[in-house]
Write a protein that binds this ligand. Structure first.
Ligand code: RFL
Ligand code: PHB
Length: 391
């Protein structure tokens, strides 16, 4: 089998890249190790930056997003028992859209099906070869038979645990990492959200986040120690702990109900540099991870795809490699700013187990400054709604 671009991974990065390339007439094959249902069963991101929405518009997959997505003009920070709204719209004239990653993925899969391009699901033992030369290859096993895909480029969109980054010789790559001493316990429930906007709460018992998927479906998170197991949490225990971390008004408004999903995610910051190795490009979680506090992971995957799709389209249309040569550097400039913001939000909103009294006072001062300084709020708003792609 032959194609122009072999895409590894059918998460948002791989699917969006596939769709943008397909629209530009560039042949591509997506290889995914899991089944369609498994991919759609993962509950992840919920907040889309305007740049991500624009890219989904460009890909022609945003009809449902515009019908069902919730436009949020602000979000609240809760600390010291009081809530402080950051009014994105008033501060910087922009908003975010709340629309689940599961729905983005479903819309992209449907568009792929309609285009007839297809996805190879349950591709086993995927391996990448010869991407340092002119004729890269991808080998995999499907239904027990070995397959070889000859291609011109490989896009490694296979997430943090994928094979693409691991295929690069260690000497060719530098990695930067910070692991946080806690995780997020998340719950999804068919209950109306406690507030029409997100609430990020810093409480002495730990961070809490109130988010949503729709007017009838809520998503909540609690900071928890890494030793905790989701099975040890009953729904009642979760709701009780959430109430302890929220302000009185939120507690009074909270509607509880059975959970549809409960899971724990560790928090990590990670960047691999560079993002290009000959004819292999890394994009999305395959290249970088942010802690979810800044809602940046899916949006960063989208901005990588923005740069990579343009670079490949330019390569095929104009026979120039200027775009692909600049890909890594362009992405990394934006990635590091999102890493900084996500690290900062995480540091400001969580309780760190080994912090002394000085550390607590600094955190309180930071929150107080933010609540009372328009300049500080503008900086938060600008980063939260998403920095420009800056082509
Ligand atoms: P994905 O989504 O992990 O997709 C990678 C795909 O590659 C497949 N794969 C392979 N395929 C073939 N061969 C192999 N060897 C393979 N190895 C892996 C996998 O099965 C998978 O289908 O990466 P992608 O596309 O880069 O997308 C990144 C986003 O999924 C991620 O950044 C976000 O979910 C992060 N995130 C959030 N991002 C936001 O922008 N806003 C948020 O509000 C937000 N909240 C979150 C989050 C992530 C969370 N968790 C659980 C990590 C909340 C949580 C709790
Ligand atoms: C979510 O709705 O899953 C969500 C929202 C905001 C975040 C992280 C996760 O910062």
């Amino acid at each position: 089998m032959r194609t122009q671009v072999a895409i590894i991974g059918a998460g948002p990065a791989g699917l969006l890249l596939g769709q943008l390339l397909h629209k530009a007439g560039i042949d591509n094959v997506i290889l995914e190790q899991r089944s369609r249902d498994y991919v759609l069963g993962r509950i992840r991101a919920g907040v889309l930056e305007q740049g991500t929405v624009d890219l989904l518009d460009e890909a022609g997959v945003s009809r449902r997003l515009h019908q069902e997505g919730l436009i949020h003009d602000g979000a609240a920070l809760c600390f010291g028992g009081a809530r402080h709204r950051i009014n994105f719209k008033e501060l910087i004239g922009k908003s975010v859209t709340v629309y689940g990653q599961t729905e983005v993925t479903r819309d992209l899969m449907d568009a792929r099906d309609e285009s007839g391009a297809g996805i190879v699901y349950e591709a086993e033992a995927v391996s990448l070869h010869d991407f340092d030369g002119k004729s890269p290859k991808v080998r995999y096993r499907k239904d027990g038979a070995w397959q070889e895909l000859d291609c011109e480029f490989i896009a490694g969109c296979d997430g943090f645990h994928g094979v693409s980054r691991q295929s690069v010789p260690q000497t060719a790559m530098r990695t930067f990492e910070r692991v946080y001493p806690f995780g997020w316990l998340g719950i999804l429930s068919d209950t109306p959200p406690v507030s029409h906007e997100l609430i990020y709460a810093n409480h002495e018992r730990g961070f809490a986040l109130c988010s949503m998927r729709s007017a009838t479906r809520s998503r909540y998170y609690l900071q928890c120690p890494l030793t905790e197991k989701a099975e040890e949490w009953s729904d009642a225990r979760f709701w009780e702990e959430l109430k302890r971390r929220l302000d009185e008004e939120a507690v009074a408004a909270l509607v509880t109900g059975p959970s549809i999903e409960m899971s724990i995610a560790p928090l990590r910051s990670f960047v691999a540099e560079p993002l290009r190795f000959g004819r292999l490009f890394l994009a999305g979680d395959a290249a970088h991870i942010v802690p979810p506090t800044g809602a940046k992971g899916l949006n960063l995957a989208a901005s990588d795809v923005h740069y990579l799709s343009r670079a490949l389209i330019e390569y095929y249309a104009e026979k120039t490699s200027a775009g692909i040569d600049a890909y890594s550097e362009k992405c990394l400039r934006r990635i590091w700013k999102a890493e900084r913001f996500s690290w900062w939000m995480t540091s400001m909103m969580h309780r760190f187990p080994n912090t002394d009294a000085f550390g607590h006072k600094i955190q309180e001062a930071e929150l107080d400054y933010l609540a009372n300084s328009r300049a500080a709020q503008i900086a938060l708003a600008e980063n939260y709604v998403g920095l420009p792609f800056g082509d």
